[in-house]
Design a protein around this ligand. Sequence first.
Ligand code: ZN
Length: 212
Amino acid sequence: MDLAASWLVPPKALPDIYPAKIGDLLVASFEEVLGKQNFEKALRQAGLDISATDVPDLPFGAPARLSEALEEIYGEQAGHGLCLRAGRVMFHRGLRVFSGILGLSHRSFRLLPSGQKVLRGMDLLAWLLNHYSDQRVRVEKHSRELLFINEKCPHCWNLKKVSPCCQLTVGVLQEGLAWAANGKQYSVEEISCRANGDSACTYRIIRKPLAL
Ligand SMILES: [Zn+2]
């Protein structure tokens, strides 16, 4: 095949990857929530050979298998609760790593009104996931709600469930929204999930903060 013809061949499809830069945050967050011993037990249950001190690029199936293992060990409800907590921890760990790249400490972001910070923060999170992993995320802004839509979610990759199961992302969003809005809490619910046969995992955020 000559060179000109080879340009017409589409590149080989890359595997769907959760890169080490983000996988490292995921692993550290689960280890923090579970404790070292329980985390190692969950990794064994999931069949994952991962060292918390040297996290490789993870195929999308790995985070999903870890969530599944937690459900197997602790039951569905407690497993979801652990993923939710890991997501909250992961947001703060991610903030330390990506704040500079995303310009979150720049005054042009810090001085925005909290509602604008929420909108900008959602766009930045979507950009981050699209840019640093093979996820495909977009944000829809409606008058009363925001939709955070992930068409390639690694947390339920190849899972089959009867109800939404991507609690880690719910935790990331809950904590991220509270951070952006100076402590105000928002309702975040996964309203569709690829594990239920939907085309995307969709998280609905009610724009009016919860009254506490
Ligand atoms: Zn999902």
